[in-house]
Structure formats: C-alpha cells, structure tokens
Design a protein around this ligand. Structure first.
Ligand code: KIV
Ligand code: NA
Length: 273
C-alpha cells in the first residue's frame, strides 16, 4: 500500500478536513493507521508524553529517530511526519538538512520544524534537498524560554499581523502544510484563507484545513490535558484495571491456569530418597 503523499494533502485543502494525530511507537502507529488518519506526527511531545521529561526542549535527535523508526514500521497508509527537535535545525542550513535527511533514512515522509520568518531559510534548504516540510507557528513550545512560557497567540492585531507574516514566510519557503498552535480562531481562519497550503490546527479553532491532537490526550493516557484537547477514551483506567487484576490473580493463585502451561512428553520417574 502506498502512503498518502504531499500531493494528496495539498489536494484536500478546501475539499476535505485533514486528520493528524501523534504517535511515538509501533503499536499505536498500527492503531492510528488502521483508524484512517491522514498524517501521523512523531511529535517532540514524546519527551513529555512518553519520557516524562518536563518540556520539549529535552527531546534529542537520538530519541526522535528511534520513535520515528518505530512509527514508520507501523504506518502503511498514513504519511509520517517527524518533528525536528530543539537544537537540530537552528544553527545552520547545512545542519538542518543533515538532520532532516536522518529522519528520511528511518522512514519519515516529511519533517516539521517550529518557527516563522526566522526559520524560513532552513525550510527552504530542507525542501531544496527534496524533503517535504510542515511548518509550525503560533505557540511554539521550543521557544518557551524566550516567550516566558506557553502563551496564547493572536489576541492582538499586532500579534495577528506577525503570525500572518510568519505563515506567508513558511509557505514561500516551500512548506507544504503548516501547523497553527493555540492561536485565536479568527487569526487561524484568516491564515487559512490567505495560504495556498493547508493549515492544520491545534487549539486554533474551527476554520482550518485540518486538526491535530496529541494521541495520549485523546486516549486519556495523559495526566492532564490542555483546554483545547478532547479525551475520547480513558485508557489509563482500562490499563490500571487490567494490571491490578493480573497482580491479584498472581497473588491469589489464579494465574497461570492449565491453558497457559505445557507438560513433559515423557514420564519422569524419580526415586524418592
Ligand atoms: O509535538 C507535538 O505533539 C506537536 C503537536 C502538538 C502539533 O508539535
Ligand atoms: Na512538537
């Protein structure tokens, strides 16, 4: 089966909403792929969601490459987008290209990197190397130290204008899609109208070309979820109950049962001493 391509994603703009979710490992990649999502994001949210680290600045290339390789093995149909971690693309165009190539070598179909006008030259360099790029503007968690935390974007006209400039710079640099995070609905809607490439939103309202959420928020595996997310299942409770039952079965002699064991083929006679 062939995976969804850049052309397929571009063709959805104005026709059909694009569905993107994150995944970090093989079993969940199999599940979200079978569920029919268009794009799987191997987000640097992995640092927090599956490694228990305090922020996404802690994600490394080594970490993201391992997750991307595992997800890629599980994705038959969905496009796999790898998040470039903090420190892997800021220093130079050549470093950005070299690191993007590493993601393609482990099975990514595209990479995503955070920023607007200030990273346009990196987006251009990576796309010129033949690697599709997804932009990411609005709240950009990797810049939390500069922004002083995780602030909502686009609440003032000045910020809205800045975001529109960022979006245009990302499109002109060659990105084929753009994630807009935690931005006022009106601003994301205007960016969606102004750009030819699809906008994929998270916490940025209803008038985008697609939506993305963190899988562990959807499934109820996160301890807390952001206000813009929606919990569609409570896997934490299901997992907790299953492991508790296993522990009780072991402790009370109900596991293993006859169906879980095997026996000798020969008769073993031992003299009792
Ligand atoms: O890392 C991530 O999960 C992301 C999404 C929230 C867009 O970048
Ligand atoms: Na991210």
């Amino acid at each position: 089966m062939q995976r969804i391509s850049v052309r397929d994603i571009l063709a959805k703009k104005g026709r059909e909403p694009i569905v993107m979710v994150t995944a970090y490992d093989y079993p969940f990649a199999r599940i979200v792929d079978e569920a029919g999502v268009d794009m799987i994001l191997v987000g640097d949210s992995a640092a927090m969601v599956v490694h228990g680290l305090p922020n996404t600045n802690m994600a490394t290339m080594q970490m993201m490459l391992l997750h991307t390789a595992a997800v890629s093995r599980g994705a038959k149909r969905a496009m796999v987008v790898a998040d470039m971690p903090f420190g892997s693309y800021e220093a130079s165009r050549s470093e950005a290209v070299k690191n993007a190539i590493k993601f393609v070598r482990v099975g990514a179909d595209a990479v995503k990197l955070e920023g607007g006008v200030e990273v346009a030259d990196k987006i251009e360099a990576i796309t010129k190397a033949g690697i599709p790029v997804v932009g990411h503007i609005g709240l950009t968690p990797q810049k939390r130290l500069m922004l002083g935390g995780y602030r909502r974007r686009g609440r003032t006209v000045e910020d809205a204008e800045r975001l529109l400039e960022d979006a245009k710079a990302v499109e002109e640099a060659g990105a084929f899609a753009i994630v807009i995070e935690f931005t006022a609905e009106e601003v994301a809607a205007e960016i969606t109208r102004k750009l030819k490439i699809p906008t994929i939103c998270i916490g940025s309202g209803r008038h985008c070309d697609g939506q993305v959420l963190v899988l562990h928020d959807i499934l109820g595996l996160s301890e807390t979820i952001p206000p813009f997310a929606e919990k569609y299942a409570d896997l934490r409770s299901i997992a907790l109950e299953a492991v508790r039952r296993f522990a009780a079965d072991v402790r009370e002699g109900r596991f293993p049962r006859e169906k879980h064991v095997f026996h000798m083929k020969e008769t073993w006679r031992r003299d009792r001493e």
